[in-house]
Design a protein around this ligand. Structure first.
Ligand code: FES
Length: 361
């Protein structure tokens, strides 16, 4: 069977990050700097990605600006023929660095937004002064004419600020905003009950998004990702396992999704010893949940199967303890009661910030 190539590659250049967001989606154990792939290996991987048919690379982390060779990496990806998108908090970027990144061929920036005021944003990001720095970087991005998308992660503490978030996107001349409610993977799962918005908050947010989408049509593109747990059906996580994208971790392991490491029976090949095409086409990890043949009977016979491809395997693992189970979010899942029980939990007062201390050597 011929497997269509992925569209995008997430290049997790580093796990190092100055922010400490409680909703971080990176794994519980972070990788330290000395395990990171070097410039030469990434350069080869970008060439292999383009040869495989990948169109765009997301230069991400952690904070990718923590890499001193970010400009060389951007140039390497651009020279390979990839569309380059930098996903950043803005911390570590300067006007001079942005100019160098542009010269290296940077096509687009996605800037994270933790809140619309310094007080809220710095509290959520756990980094004093981060908001002011981010605003300065956003102004430089605008002045240089680099296309900008804002990434606004929404949760119980900031979801009521959606109208101000859209106003800020207009002020910063963003072309697009991704408003994504927290996905409970990685570190975010530890803080789930503190981050989970209420049902009323979510319903209000849907109305605000619908109104803003109409009002701002032609000025701002709004993508809204509602929270999974209140839905009746799961989303097509990653557009279907092993179908649209792949993640390369800082140490070179290649994962079908962010949280795939939580699934115990998978083994992840590494770009250090295996080519990207072989990993994509032939590896156990990428073929484990590809297509629909592996699904339980109830899912295979469901009319939604080609829309959600069985939902999220990591969510099935986290909530049902079985990556082959029906996604517990689905209203037909025997595990749905677990999701409802979680939604009924009281929210604690605080959350646990993400710090680099829990790093894997
Ligand atoms: Fe792994 Fe959804 S995060 S399949």
């Amino acid at each position: 069977m011929t497997i269509p190539p992925p569209i995008a590659m997430l290049a997790e250049l580093t796990h190092r990050c100055p922010l400490a967001c409680a909703y971080c989606s990176n794994p519980l154990e972070l990788l330290v700097a000395k395990t990171e792939l070097g410039t030469d290996i990434w350069t080869r991987v970008f060439r292999e990605a383009a040869a495989l048919g990948i169109l765009q690379v997301h230069l991400s982390g952690g904070e990718p600006a923590s890499r001193r060779d970010l400009e060389q990496l951007t140039a390497a990806a651009s020279e390979a023929g990839l569309y380059t998108n930098l996903i950043t908090s803005g911390i570590g970027l300067t006007r001079a660095r942005l100019e160098a990144l542009m010269a290296a061929g940077l096509d687009h920036v996605q800037l994270s937004l933790q809140g619309t005021t310094a007080k809220v944003a710095d509290f959520i990001g756990g980094y004093k002064g981060g908001f002011d720095r981010k605003m300065a970087v956003a102004a430089d991005i605008d002045a240089l004419g680099i296309p900008l998308t804002l990434n606004a992660v929404m949760h119980r503490t900031n979801i009521a600020d959606l109208p101000a978030t859209f106003d800020m996107a207009l002020t910063l001349n963003a072309r697009r905003i991704e408003v994504a409610c927290v996905q409970f993977q990685g570190w975010a799962l530890k803080n789930r009950s503190a981050l989970q918005p209420t049902r009323d908050q979510v319903e209000t947010a849907k109305r605000v998004v619908a109104e803003a989408t109409e009002r701002l049509r032609g000025r701002l593109v709004i993508d809204f990702v509602p929270p999974d747990y209140y839905a009746d059906y799961p989303k097509a996580c990653m557009g279907g396992w092993g179908s649209t994208g792949l993640n390369v971790a800082p140490d070179g392991r290649v994962l079908p999704c962010h949280a795939a490491e939580t699934i115990p029976h998978l083994t992840f090949p590494n770009v250090l010893d295996t080519g990207l095409a072989e990993i994509w086409n032939d590896s156990q990890a990428f073929n484990a949940f590809r297509g629909t043949a592996w699904l339980p009977d109830a899912c295979r016979s469901c009319s939604r199967v080609t829309r959600d491809f069985g939902g999220c395997r990591c969510q099935a693992m986290a909530l049902a303890g079985d990556p082959f189970a029906m996604d517990p979010v689905c209203k037909h899942s025997p595990h749905r009661a677990k999701v409802d029980a979680l939604l009924a939990e009281d929210a604690p007062d605080g959350w646990t910030y993400r710090r680099m201390a829990a790093a894997r050597p």
